[in-house]
Design a protein around this ligand. Structure first.
Ligand code: AMP
Ligand code: GLY
Length: 422
């Protein structure tokens, strides 16, 4: 079995690192991958959104299965592209078809789905250019802060939370006016929910699902959850407040109704499904769906999977997931993201990374790195995710931070307080 993982971040490095341990896999390819993935597989120079380029690489390298890491190719229909191609139709794609990836690709679609299936979520209303006049009257019915979301994919920047009602109105006009291009043709305004967030993941073959370890992500750039939103600055798993009692509510009120809703709507979902939840005084609400695994959540949940991850992936492809073995480790894994100075705003790339050979008792997953002149250099805002295991959260955080301090590149920054609130 030759497998191709599409993407280039820490999530894809974690997937490749784990799948490299599977006896059923002969070769792992990552497209385009990064410096880290080249140590566990073969990087291919392809753009996951260029389906014809992906097809060429799949045929040239005799690839038998494709795991899609990021959302964009899924939302653009890579799975449907494979199914409609004579040469590719028998090569399983792990990731939902376009119609199912809309759960992430359109916030309005997700909200309509959640409401139709009575799944707990924030009250909302959607607007477009034709209903602009109704925006301010609707905002007046809500209490601040106001949560404003561009409907489509906006590179993680499409959600804005604003205290002032007139600024909120202006933000909606800016989004509808093209601030995020077509992604803002519709805008969702929703009730602000106060609570602590949690990322819950399942893998499903469209018939049954397996609940993967949960995680908590730290999205803000600054200590104490301050400053701008990022792709994620660190993560921990398990999450102490995700008690058996809370997770029972998550399954009964959220996961099971979502699975039933997909089936009732005639949507066959195959792949990973990510529930972005918020715990409001002990009750879970859906903030968002994502059609993929999270990053940096993958860097803590994948190391907690004890059994062969390929068993689950193959179970999705063969639609017999319920028969597959799946075991997790009860210990803690935490990750600390090392980022380029200036991220999530302007930052420089091409900085040489030092200390990779000194780290121990941890796994350093690469997010934004590449090899240049035989050196590992930075190539993105998020650069390395330092993951450590421990029997307690404190022990694993000590491991992540001790190793983070052995690594360096010019203007490197990391949050000093991952796990502070748990
Ligand atoms: P999203 O891209 O939908 O995950 O939103 C980005 C972030 O905005 C989330 O991780 C939350 O921190 C926050 N957020 C989104 N929706 C709400 C809401 N209804 N209430 C409070 N915070 C929210
Ligand atoms: N860490 C959040 C995400 O992957 O969307």
């Amino acid at each position: 079995m030759n497998i191709l993982i599409l993407g280039s971040g820490g999530r894809e490095h974690a997937l490749a690192w784990k799948l490299a341990r599977s006896r059923k896999i002969s070769r792992i390819f990552i497209g385009p991958g990064n410096a880290g993935t080249s140590s566990v597989g073969t990087n291919l120079v392809i753009d996951p959104e260029d389906f014809k380029g992906v097809k060429k690489a799949v045929i040239e390298n005799s690839i038998n299965m494709v795991v899609v890491g990021p959302e964009a190719p899924l939302v653009e229909g890579i799975h449907d592209f494979f199914l409609s191609d004579e040469h590719l139709k028998n090569i399983p794609v792990i990731g939902p078809k376009k119609s199912a990836a809309r759960l992430e690709g359109s916030k309005d679609f997700a909200k309509v789905f959640l409401s139709r299936h009575k799944i707990p979520t924030a009250a909302y209303k959607s607007f477009d250019a034709g209903t602009l006049k109704e925006v301010v009257p609707f905002l007046r019915t809500l209490k601040p802060p106001y949560v404003i979301k561009a409907d489509g994919l906006a590179a993680g920047k499409g959600v804005v939370i604003i205290d002032n009602i007139s600024e909120a109105g202006k933000e909606v006009r800016d989004m509808l006016g093209g601030k995020f291009g077509d992604a803002g043709k519709k805008v969702v305004i929703e009730q602000f929910l106060k609570g602590i967030e949690l990322s819950v993941f399942v893998i499903t073959d469209g018939k049954s699902y397996k609940l993967l370890p949960e995680a908590k992500d730290y999205k803000r750039i600054g200590a104490g959850d301050t400053g701008l939103n990022t792709g994620g600055m660190g993560a921990v798993s398990p999450v102490p407040f995700a008690s058996p009692e809370f997770m029972k509510k998550v399954r009964e009120r959220i996961i099971d109704p979502t699975m039933k809703g997909l089936s009732d709507d005639g949507i066959i979902y195959k792949g990973f499904l990510f529930f972005g939840l918020i715990n409001v005084e002990g009750d879970p609400f859906v903030i968002e769906y994502n059609a993929r695994l999270g990053d940096p959540e993958s860097e803590v949940i994948i190391p907690r999977i004890k059994s062969d991850l390929f068993e689950l992936i193959e179970g999705v492809a063969m639609e017999n997931l319920s028969e597959r073995n799946f075991e997790t480790d009860s210990g803690f894994v935490t990750t600390v993201m090392l980022v380029s100075g200036g991220y999530p705003e302007h930052y420089e790339k091409g900085k040489e990374i030092h200390g990779l050979e000194q780290t121990k008792e941890c796994v350093v997953f690469h997010s934004g790195t590449k090899i240049s002149d035989n050196k590992v250099v930075t190539s993105g805002g998020r650069v390395l995710a330092v993951s450590s295991m421990g029997t307690t959260m404190k022990e694993s955080l000590n491991g992540s931070y001790a190793n983070a301090r052995l690594l360096s590149f010019e203007k490197m920054y990391f949050r000093p307080d991952i796990g502070f609130d748990l």
